[in-house]
Design a protein around this ligand. Structure first.
Ligand code: NAD
Length: 488
């Protein structure tokens, strides 16, 4: 059985304890993972702090940090097929997606490699004639990064890339569900030539590892991706170290289709929006908000496409929907479908776990037009489950779209330009996709409002968020300082 290791201070170790990792496609144990508890978290934070202080990292030019990130990008691109295989094996995310996504993850490292020496300070036109005042941008310090199981290589790249570009160091806690790709990534990172301790990769459970890490007194910033409930713990933990936080949480994103939309495109985008990644995507367009004029025609096309989706083993290139990562996630998805039906939702397709080994839930559509309280319209399922609700007017569409405590993503399908602009203005979400869905790029910031968290990942802003400004005052006069009791 394969044994994975932690990466702390540039060295690999088995960990004082280990736990089993399950293959989501079969439910069988396939690997042993190291489990970090207090002592290992302490060691990892110490390694990150030492690296942060060491002249070799602290004194390294931004351009040199950029070169190391370029080397890392090359290594990720070279090793993408192997990383994709591991992510598929350990999390059940289908190989078609992991292969494409991990190859693109290299572009995130490349983007931040290029950005490293463009994180500029500023000179201020200060209101005193004998002073020069400028702002230095300095790295925040030691970052604790915590990620969930889905797309871990991607979710960690949007933290590691900007944090290292800015000169921070990091302890990254991989999810206890499917940590293999992150632990393997550490081996690739090790080859890039960064000084030891700049990145430390561990895994473990929430209470014994995540909580210890995010409340650690020597952590300066916590970059968290996960669910809102865990985020509340993380924010409470940060009361211990008063670390700044960035929170990338879940969503209940509306996918709004007007009667004038290109229906074929909208159907395909909705299929991708909810069934890609087997619905385990924070930006899943999990609420179809559809014009009542086209609802029946749209749903019948959507149902036909959903039922034609190839469900199968995640490592088969033909598979389009695979298993959910964990049994608990499968049970939660099914329970939310049942609770929605109990509230009056009409099952269009799917709705029950498949009778086979592994954590399979088929593409599911629930028409909730007469069930506004159906939980699938309000709670994040994080599975292949779509709730549908219809509208008669544009104002009603906007009201329904914003009827959520989340605010991560949204989609608007219409050919009417002025209406598109009104919707863009009115929707409360961090991302609005118009006539497309689920497009991402290292150049564009990503993040949400409300229960979807705060802070942005991707783009220049993410790198700036890993810096603090230092205001420097330099007196240019040789005259003696006048009256010491008057503030100047
Ligand atoms: P989760 O919140 O249960 O776990 C996320 C991570 O937090 C895990 O590594 C876990 O070990 C750790 N953790 C648990 N308890 C902790 C504690 N007390 N202190 C510190 N860390 C702790 O999330 P999940 O169920 O694994 O993942 C699914 C969630 O992640 C969904 O809500 C999804 O929408 C969200 N997500 C958001 C984004 C985004 O970018 N907005 C991306 C992917 C996933």
């Amino acid at each position: 059985m394969q044994q994975f290791q932690h990466y702390i201070g540039g060295a690999f170790s088995d960990g004082a304890a280990q736990f089993d990792s399950y293959d989501p496609a079969t439910g069988a144990v396939w690997a042993r993972m190291p489990e970090a508890r207090q002592a290992e978290v302490e060691a990892a934070v110490r390694a990150a702090r030492n690296a942060f202080r060491s002249p070799v990292w602290a004194g390294m030019t931004a351009s040199a940090r950029g070169k190391l990130l370029h080397r890392l990008a090359d290594l990720v691109a070279e090793n993408a097929p192997r990383l994709a295989e591991l992510e598929t094996r350990d999390t059940g995310k289908i190989i078609r997606e992991t292969s494409a996504q991990i190859a693109y993850v290299a572009e995130y490292y490349r983007y931040y490699a290029g950005l490293a020496d463009k994180i500029e300070g500023a000179h201020l036109p200060i209101d005193k004639p004998d002073m020069e005042v400028w702002l230095r941008r300095e790295p925040v310090g030691v970052v604790a990064a915590v990620v969930p199981w889905n797309s871990q290589l991607f979710l960690s790249a949007v933290k590691i890339g900007p944090a290292l570009a800015a000169g921070c160091t990091m302890v990254l806690k991989a999810s206890e569900d499917g940590p293999a790709p992150m632990l393997e990534f550490a081996r690739i990172f090790d080859q890039a030539g960064f000084p030891p301790g700049v990145l430390n990769v561990i895994t473990g459970f929430g209470a014994d590892c995540g909580a210890v890490l995010t409340s650690h007194p020597d952590v300066d910033h916590v970059a968290f991706t996960g669910g809102p409930e865990t985020a509340r713990h993380v924010v409470r933990n940060s009361a211990e170290n008063l670390a700044s936080t960035s929170l990338e949480l879940g969503g209940k994103s509306p996918f709004i289709v007007f009667e004038d939309a290109d229906i074929e495109s909208a159907v395909n985008a909705q299929i991708s929006g909810i069934f890609a990644a087997t619905g385990q995507s924070c930006v899943a367009g999990s609420r179809l908000v559809i014009s009542s004029q086209i609802k029946d025609a749209f749903l019948s096309q959507l149902k036909a496409k959903a039922e034609a989706i190839v469900i199968g083993a995640p490592d088969d290139m033909a598979t389009e929907v695979g298993p959910l990562c964990t049994q608990a996630q499968r049970d939660k998805a099914v329970a939310l479908c049942e609770a929605s039906v109990a509230k009056g939702a009409r099952l269009v397709t799917g709705g029950a776990a498949l009778d086979r080994a592994g954590h399979y839930v088929p593409p599911t559509i629930l028409d909730c037009s007469d069930a506004p309280d159906a939980p699938c319209l309000h709670e994040e399922v994080f599975g292949p489950v779509l709730g549908v609700v219809s509208f008669d007017t544009e104002a009603e569409a906007l009201r329904i779209a914003n009827d959520t405590a989340f605010g991560l993503a949204s989609g608007v399908f219409t050919r009417d330009l002025t209406r598109a602009h009104r919707m863009i203005r009115g929707i409360r979400a961090g991302i609005v996709w118009v006539n497309t869905y689920r497009a991402v790029s290292p150049i564009a910031p990503f993040g949400g409002h409300g229960l979807s968290g705060h802070g942005r990942e991707g783009g220049l802003q993410a790198a700036l968020d890993y810096t603090r400004t230092k205001a420097v005052w330099l007196r240019t006069s040789d005259d003696p300082i006048p009256d010491p009791f008057v503030m100047r």
